[in-house]
Design a protein around this ligand. Structure first.
Ligand code: ADP
Ligand code: MG
Length: 545
């Protein structure tokens, strides 16, 4: 009770707020109780307060690891303005200043000390366990090669828990898929860290994916009644940003191209024109958007497919910040996938990137509610159709796939949630390959229970279950499949499952995306392959648990 009075008093006294935002109070309580924490909250959700407030209540100094020197200074200035004793320690400071900071620390004057991960090594010998209140790791996704912004210096943060086992460690990030979340926990060595996952749902964004054919005419049509509205078109290449902006201009639409190759002056001028509603349309590479504060962006188009779902969601998330309806449109083509793959193949973390690309592709090919697919990717187990995406509004033909879904889920369970799609499909179809015999899978009860379903179809159905949030792909653990809480309802509580029929896949993005005019040989091959696979008879109507 006292602590709750304390908390609200501190909130009012030091930050001037009357109420906590979602998740803040629970995170603060955990930290005050000495627990480790992993918090995933959207940008602007109020993560800083979650460690700043306990830092004030607890004895000692909170050490805050923050990746950007500029941001560090801003935060410390803001704390000073609120009358809080805070410092930062990084390589931009003279050694005289650094010594002053260390002196403040030793004299226990500092409530919060911000440090760059690269400077942590210098700071550690000056820390004494009894004088530290907590460690806060901001932008914690930087610790993971699965994250979208890996920073090698972050990897040494794993030492903190070893060296200071009694001090709570709190990791904060705005973008972490399940793989990255797991990796954060592992690397920081906080296996019992309490996870706080704020909802990532942005209900006001309409989500749509279309095949990437005839993109420009489609865009012109899309923009027809949107003359006055602000929007962003994301492209893969700088050249494309220029071309498309030019073509839009020729059609009487005011648009400017933006990419990192432009001079800083030019870039800030374009941003300024956009933010102040002088230029309604920006055609940009992913360089555009970070730190741009514009609440009334009404639409976002992805001319090319983003590399991963985090990127996609971050970019569409730049629209509709005012909470009013906004439209998002993604063009999907195999040509893009192939190009992205080529980009990635030489990257040091190619394996991670390719796996993420595949998940992006699965999202683009989803036949069921896109929001469910998206949120489940971030570990948010929702199962109610959103009604605000293309698939909800124009659903494909569904059939009652409950029995097939039960068989698939049951096999996942029998395989102890250890196997990826390929093996699962082989087991369900009763394949006689060596791996199955090596592992003895021919003896499990679900072996061969879906042998009448063609291999690729079965694979598609499994992916549908992933997109529906019934299964989860641990693509960071060899792609093994797990049952979600919803799968348990399907298996044991009679929850019905609708599957999109593959016979009439004409409407689906997946099929049409193959029909791009500039088809390379690879997807010609894919197309033939898909055609060759005969559509299957009915699924046997019995279930083996
Ligand atoms: P994040 O790091 O999650 O992106 P910040 O910590 O920078 O977000 O907070 C975003 C803004 O929200 C800041 O201006 C902060 O002062 C404000 N804020 C944080 N908590 C609250 C609250 N409980 N009530 C009102 N505003 C808050
Ligand atoms: Mg922040």
């Amino acid at each position: 009770m006292t602590s709750s009075i304390n908390k609200t008093n501190y909130l009012k006294k030091y930050f001037g707020y009357d109420q906590f935002r979602p998740n803040q109070e629970a995170i603060i309580d955990d930290l005050l109780a000495g627990k480790d924490v992993v918090a995933i909250m959207p940008t602007g959700g109020g993560k800083s307060l979650c460690f700043q407030l306990p830092a004030l209540i607890l004895q000692g100094t909170a050490i805050v690891v923050s990746p950007l020197i500029a941001l560090m200074k801003d935060q410390v200035d803001a704390l000073h303005a609120n009358g809080i004793a805070a410092d930062y320690y990084n390589s931009s400071q003279s050694s005289a200043i650094q010594n002053q900071v260390l002196q403040n620390l030793h004299q226990q004057k500092t409530k919060l000390l911000y440090v760059a991960p690269e400077s942590l090594g210098h700071l550690l010998p000056n820390l004494q366990e009894e004088n530290i209140s907590l460690f806060a790791i901001d932008e914690a996704h930087c610790i993971s090669a699965w994250g979208h912004d890996f920073r090698p210096a972050y990897t040494q943060l794993g030492k903190l828990k070893v060296q200071f086992p009694s001090i709570p460690v709190a990791a904060f990030t705005a973008t972490a898929d399940v793989a990255t979340q797991d990796d954060i926990v592992q690397q920081l060595q906080i296996p019992s860290g309490k996870k706080h996952l704020a909802s990532f749902d942005r209900k006001n964004l309409f989500l749509e994916v279309r095949p990437g054919t005839q993109r420009l005419p489609q865009i012109l049509k899309f923009l027809k009644n949107k003359k006055e509205e602000s929007g962003i078109i994301y492209c893969l290449s700088r050249k494309n940003t220029k071309n498309i902006a030019q073509k839009l201009n020729e059609k009487g639409l005011e648009a400017q191209a933006y990419h990192a190759g432009l001079s800083p002056e030019k870039r800030s001028q374009i941003q300024d024109d956009f933010v102040n509603d002088r230029t309604p349309i920006i055609v940009a590479t992913i360089a555009f958007g970070m730190g741009i504060d514009k609440s009334n962006v009404r639409w976002v188009i992805h001319y090319n497919m983003p590399k991963n779902i985090e990127g996609y969601y971050q970019e569409v998330g730049r629209s509709g910040r005012d909470g009013l309806p906004a439209e998002t449109l993604l063009f999907y083509s195999y040509a893009d996938v192939i190009q992205l793959r080529q980009f990635m193949e030489d990257a040091p973390n190619a394996e991670f990137q390719l796996a993420k690309l595949e998940r992006m592709q699965q999202f683009a090919e989803a036949l069921s509610c896109r929001r469910i697919a998206l949120l489940n990717y971030f570990g948010e187990h929702v199962s109610k159709n959103c009604g605000n995406c293309d698939n909800c509004q124009t659903p494909p033909e569904f059939f009652d796939g409950t029995i097939l879904a039960q068989k698939i889920c049951s096999a996942v369970h029998r395989l102890k949630q250890q196997e990826p799609i390929g093996m699962l499909v082989d087991v369900l179809r009763g394949s006689k390959n060596a791996q199955i015999y090596d592992k003895g899978y021919q003896h499990i009860k679900t072996y061969g229970v879906a042998k009448n379903v063609a291999w690729l179809d079965l694979q598609q159905y499994v992916i549908q279950l992933v997109n529906q949030g019934i299964l989860e792909i641990r693509f960071h653990q060899n792609g093994r499949l797990l049952l979600t809480p919803l799968a348990k309802k399907v298996l044991f509580e009679g929850e019905k499952v609708q599957l999109a029929s593959l016979q009439i896949k004409k409407k689906s993005v997946a099929k049409e995306a193959l029909d791009v005019p500039d088809s390379s040989r690879l997807f010609e091959a894919l197309r033939t392959l898909r055609k060759e696979i005969a559509i299957d008879e009915k699924v046997p109507a019995y279930v083996v648990f």
